[in-house]
Design a protein around this ligand. Structure first.
Ligand SMILES: NC(=O)c1ccc[n+]([C@@H]2O[C@H](COP(=O)([O-])OP(=O)(O)OC[C@H]3O[C@@H](n4cnc5c(N)ncnc54)[C@H](OP(=O)(O)O)[C@@H]3O)[C@@H](O)[C@H]2O)c1
Length: 287
């Protein structure tokens, strides 16, 4: 439904039903295309649901793209294929040269990161073998307004701080980016002939403490947690990263505060988050 509401959809959008594990369904959708943006993937830490569809499905897309002789394929990978490396030093600037350590992903049961990293490697190998022009986007946690009526994993990351389901915040850091910037990144690499390799798509890295502070300032009407679950260890520091490659293509990243604000507003507008009455103080001030 939400896809048919996009601007120009009635004239320019054709929907095909596809399953990553069903090669024929992909072939049918891709045949006759100039470019392919491969974004579909399971998003779960269940190894059985995650790894095979991500890896086999991605290979299927590359094979179908080769058969259809498309000009370029853009694959949506993830920061999960980049940063999961216990041996990376604290001063290393995370960029497109970094890869997650597959053994570490496995031993920590980070099956989503494992699946995305293996899928990205498989996509590169398959593309090289079949002469497919492949460019990869590695987004960090995606925020911003929702198009669809359902809630995905990255939105729950924020929603839990507003519904009261998270009583504390973790002593950890996370990188964020606006969904419109991720979409534009895909368009830019699809349309820029010289684009190649991987593109790290990130605006900021924040500690959870910073996230809850921003949320509480914008939305004081919610009981956003104020305590860290880890009161023993020092506060984890944000890692350094470079998004220069996408900036060089002309992308101007939306500030993370705006991403957080727009996410919550959208959750309210779509009915996922009740809007409490304003606190008594603000009523008195207005009166
Ligand atoms: N959200 C983030 O923070 C984030 C960050 C980095 C990278 N990514 C990547 O961005 C992409 C989209 O993620 P999202 O957050 O939008 O996740 P999402 O809301 O869970 O969307 C995933 C999409 O993949 C489709 N899909 C899953 N398994 C499939 C299969 N076997 N065959 C065909 N389609 C299948 C789903 O279709 P149904 O709706 O029919 O199930 C859904 O439309 C994924 O590749 C994800 O790894 C997301």
């Amino acid at each position: 439904g939400h896809l048919r509401e996009l601007d120009g959809a009635s004239e320019r959008l054709t929907l095909y039903k596809g399953d990553l594990m069903d090669y024929e369904s992909l072939r049918e959708a891709i045949m006759g295309c100039d470019g392919v943006v491969h974004t579909a993937s399971p998003v779960t830490d269940d190894p059985e649901q995650m790894v095979e569809p991500a890896v086999i499905g991605t290979k299927n897309v590359i094979v179908a793209a080769a058969e259809a002789k498309v000009r370029r394929v853009v694959f949506t990978s993830s920061i999960g294929a980049v940063t999961m490396d216990p041996n990376r030093g604290p001063d290393v600037v995370v960029d497109e040269s970094c890869w997650s350590d597959l053994e570490f992903c496995k031993s920590t049961k980070n099956w989503y990161c494992y699946g995305k990293a293996v899928a990205e490697k498989a996509a590169c190998a398959e593309a090289k073998e079949r002469g497919v022009d492949l460019v990869v986007i590695n987004p960090v946690l995606v925020l911003g307004p929702l198009l669809q009526s359902t809630i995905n994993a990255s939105i729950i990351h924020i929603l839990k701080y507003l519904t009261g389901s998270a009583k504390t915040y973790a002593n950890s850091v996370q990188a964020y980016v606006h969904v419109k910037d991720v979409a534009l990144a895909h368009v830019l690499v699809l349309e820029t002939p010289s684009a190649s390799g991987r593109y790290l798509c990130a605006e900021s890295v924040l500690h959870r403490g910073d996230v809850v502070e921003i949320l509480a300032k914008f939305f004081p009407e919610y009981n956003v947690p104020t305590k860290c679950s880890d009161e023993v260890n020092p506060r984890v520091k944000p890692y350094k990263f470079s998004n220069q490659k996408l900036k060089d293509l002309g992308l101007e990243f939306t500030p993370v505060k705006q991403c957080l604000y727009e996410t919550v507003k959208s959750l309210q507008e779509k009915g996922h988050l009740p809007v409490p009455p304003p606190p008594e103080d603000s009523v008195r001030i207005q009166g």
